[in-house]
Design a protein around this ligand. Structure first.
Ligand SMILES: [Zn+2]
Length: 177
């Protein structure tokens, strides 16, 4: 059995990973990511409509990671990298680097997630700080959820409507829209 060039493990001895490795098909995998992304998008739309701000904010990184991972799997990754990523072994790289690579290689831009912003209270932050705090359910996230003014939350929901409309057609998603 071939050893994984990323970590040296024999991932293909696992039947599920072997299936992914043997039947690896970038376009079908991208379609599956698109299905998940669509579910997350509709779920977030419902959270915004019902002002479930914690649930909404906890999905911000999920949908972005799903979007970028779909592009990585479909257009950048090798089959070995895809199997390694599916294995649960130490990831080849985390979301910050994934976003940088996809932004650079596919969109020809710098990742905006690491850009430094300044809050009205003069506190520096990056989008990645906020995304990581929410996805890891850190104490910062629950405080952020509590103290964020309603006007800012409404602005976030309004911004989300634009993202929603732009993201759905990207993978040909339009059901029920
Ligand atoms: Zn591996």
């Amino acid at each position: 059995m071939a050893k994984c060039p990323q970590c040296g493990e024999d991932h293909l001895s696992d039947p599920v990973l072997n299936f992914i490795g043997m039947w690896y098909n970038p376009s079908s995998l991208v379609n599956e990511y698109a299905d998940v992304l669509e579910e997350v998008l509709y779920s977030m739309r419902d959270d915004a409509a019902n002002n479930r701000r914690g649930a909404f904010m906890s999905r911000l990184r999920d949908y972005k990671e799903c979007f970028f991972k779909a592009l990585w799997v479909g257009l950048i990754a090798t089959p070995d990298q895809v199997v390694h990523d599916a294995s649960g072994a130490r990831p080849q790289f985390m979301f910050t680097r994934l976003a940088k690579q996809v932004s650079r290689d596919i969109f020809g831009t710098e990742s905006a997630f690491s850009r430094v912003h300044v809050s009205p209270e003069n506190v520096e932050f990056t989008a990645m700080n906020v995304l990581n705090a929410s996805t890891h359910m850190s104490p910062l996230f629950v405080q952020y959820r509590r103290i964020l003014p309603d006007a800012s939350v409404q602005q976030m929901y309004k911004w989300w409507t634009t993202v929603f409309r732009k993201t759905l057609p990207f993978f040909g998603m339009s059901r029920g829209c």
